[in-house]
Design a protein around this ligand. Structure first.
Ligand code: BEZ
Ligand code: FE
Length: 313
């Protein structure tokens, strides 16, 4: 895509005098309405609502930037390539949405539509590395599988383990018993287990159930920053935009409980250098946490305490 896009920073604007009504418009002003009017009376209701706006914005964008056939062809090929590269282990189209902030934005829109109180924990992007059916583990156990000395980063990583605990609460402050926290994070080499032959199946993944006081507890690693996959079209776009691929270290959570809306979110380490420059724009202040030193626990150097608040529905 890089070579196919001419640098047209010096191109003249579409209409040098946009308020000059004596001038004929450069492009057919009726064209967009004609496309929108093609929708039939039996169209899908939501599509009939959404598509006119999409068409208007798309057409306005093309006119505003003087999009050429050559550039549009490059964009079509780029999107095709994203689709062709995607499978159940890698979702390049979702990655593309992530780097332009779209997954984060629609997450925020959806939360605002359904949320009933300010106190609910904010959501954050799911990302492409979630796997269903992580093992249901006992309260207070670890998601770190024993990898031994064969994996170069393992010993050092385990020395940076954290005990993560807290409660799951309703937005009126009552503890929720039987909530399930589905938890996952990347390895210190920046890879999730399904991307990495050296890690066992379901490493750094687990599900935990809250007890009668709404409490959960598990051991994990203190997460480190990692680059999102940048060896495909999304990575090429980042490079063309002179952007880095890093995400701040985080732990992913999906918290579910009967009678409550599921929460997909992430917690971020406040010491992280990428906190203010996440490549997928998912960080929210309420999700930034402090890992405190932990005394007297041979299994963890750090301790993290965080309560999740779910909305009813
Ligand atoms: C992640 O946090 O796993 C992630 C989110 C968006 C894009 C790539 C990775
Ligand atoms: Fe992640």
């Amino acid at each position: 895509m890089g070579q196919m896009i001419p640098d047209h920073a010096s191109r003249a604007p579409v209409d040098p005098k946009p308020n000059d009504t004596s001038k004929k418009p450069k492009y057919d002003p009726a064209f967009t309405d004609k496309v929108i009017a093609a929708t039939g009376p039996n169209a899908n209701r939501r599509l009939a609502e959404v598509m006119p706006s999409l068409v208007r914005h798309l057409h306005a964008f093309a006119r505003e930037v003087n999009l050429t056939v050559e550039e549009w062809t490059a964009a079509v090929e780029f999107i095709n390539e994203c689709g062709q590269m995607s499978d159940d282990r890698r979702n390049e189209t979702q990655l593309l949405c992530d780097i332009v902030g779209l997954e984060s934005l629609v997450g925020e829109i959806t939360s605002k539509l359904v949320s009933t109180s300010e106190s609910e924990t904010p959501s954050a992007v799911l990302g492409p590395f979630y796997r269903q059916d992580a093992p249901l583990l006992p309260h207070g156990s670890s998601i770190i599988k024993d990898l031994g000395p064969s994996v170069p980063w393992y010993e050092q990583a385990v020395a940076d383990s954290a005990f993560v605990t807290g409660r799951v609460l309703s937005n009126s402050g009552e503890p929720i018993q039987g909530a399930i926290l589905d938890v996952w994070h990347a390895a210190p080499n920046g890879l999730y287990e399904q991307q990495d032959e050296s890690q066992p199946d379901m490493n750094f993944r687990g599900r935990f159930e809250t007890d009668a006081s709404g409490r959960y507890a598990f051991y994990a690693l203190r997460p480190v920053p990692y680059p999102i996959p940048d060896d495909g079209p999304a990575g090429r776009l980042l490079a063309l935009l002179d952007r880095h691929p890093y995400r701040p270290g985080h732990i992913h959570f999906i918290v579910t409980a009967p009678g409550f809306r599921p929460l997909t979110t992430q917690l971020y380490d406040d010491r992280d250098q990428y906190l203010g420059k996440d490549s997928v724009f998912a960080v929210k202040d309420e999700l930034v946490v402090r890992f405190a030193p932990r005394e007297g626990d041979p299994n963890a150097r750090w301790s993290l305490q965080y309560d999740f608040v779910l909305g009813r529905g």
